[in-house]
Design a protein around this ligand. Structure first.
Ligand SMILES: Nc1ncnc2c1ncn2[C@@H]1O[C@H](COP(=O)(O)OP(=O)(O)OP(=O)(O)O)[C@@H](O)[C@H]1O
Ligand SMILES: [Mg+2]
Length: 207
């Protein structure tokens, strides 16, 4: 069983979008449970929009992250944990303590990158009791033609964490999929490019 947390210190960076789409893609490899530890409950909202045909189970777990991990770790191959937008939140710290990997999405914008500066010291602290934790930044909402996107990899080097080779572009498919209660893998032609980048990210992450 592999526990993958989606965390970060910035709202709207793409934690939930990644959690849902990675969960759906990993469900083609094994049993996946997605724990929603954000009191906003975005994954649960998505799950309710799937009308019962989601490829993964989603559980609200903001009140007891440890218990939810314990309850689901023996029965799933992949446990994904969507965290609230602060690395110091109780739920995030609990998730990081139990995770094998943490992905930190970052949007190519100075405010998002500055928010990321607070992540590495917290991870270092967590790793004193979870030394096997592997962390990776993931560029999200990339717009390759813009200067900010062209400079983002260099800027992320300042954060002291490795950056995934795969970046997710800003694509309507991610938003539409959420609205339709699907993942980008179930959008047919409309989701082809997005699904490809999700699969590429998984290849970097687990294959
Ligand atoms: N690659 C993308 N392309 C287009 N839209 C995106 C992409 N990633 C995320 N979004 C949109 O950006 C917004 C924020 O994404 P999301 O809710 O996944 O971020 P979050 O980090 O979970 O936010 P929060 O911190 O509030 O939980 C959403 O409207 C989502 O649909
Ligand atoms: Mg979220």
């Amino acid at each position: 069983m592999t526990v993958i947390a989606l965390a970060g210190n910035k709202g709207g960076s793409g934690k939930t979008t990644l959690a849902i789409n990675l969960a759906a893609a990993l469900a083609r490899r094994g049993k996946v449970v997605l724990l929603d530890t954000d009191p906003q409950g975005s994954c649960v909202h998505w799950y309710n929009a799937t009308d019962g045909d989601a490829p993964v189970q989603v559980h609200a777990a903001a009140d007891d992250v440890d218990g939810a991990v314990r309850d689901n770790c023996d029965t799933s191959d992949y446990l994904l944990i969507d965290c609230p937008p602060s690395v110091n939140a109780t739920q995030t710290l609990a998730a990081l303590s139990l995770a094998d990997k943490v992905l930190i999405p970052v949007v190519p914008s100075p405010l998002d990158i500055w928010a990321g500066l607070h992540v590495e010291p917290v991870l270092r602290q967590v790793m004193t009791h979870n030394p096997a934790l592997q962390a990776m930044l993931v560029i999200n909402q990339l717009e390759p033609q813009t200067r900010l996107s062209q400079l983002v990899r260099q800027a992320l080097d300042e954060l002291g964490l490795p950056t995934a080779t795969t970046a997710l572009r800003r694509r309507m498919a991610y938003r539409r999929a959420m609205l339709e209660g699907r993942s980008v893998l179930d959008m047919g032609k409309r989701g082809t490019e997005a699904a490809r980048e999700i699969e590429q990210l998984i290849a970097e992450l687990v294959d």
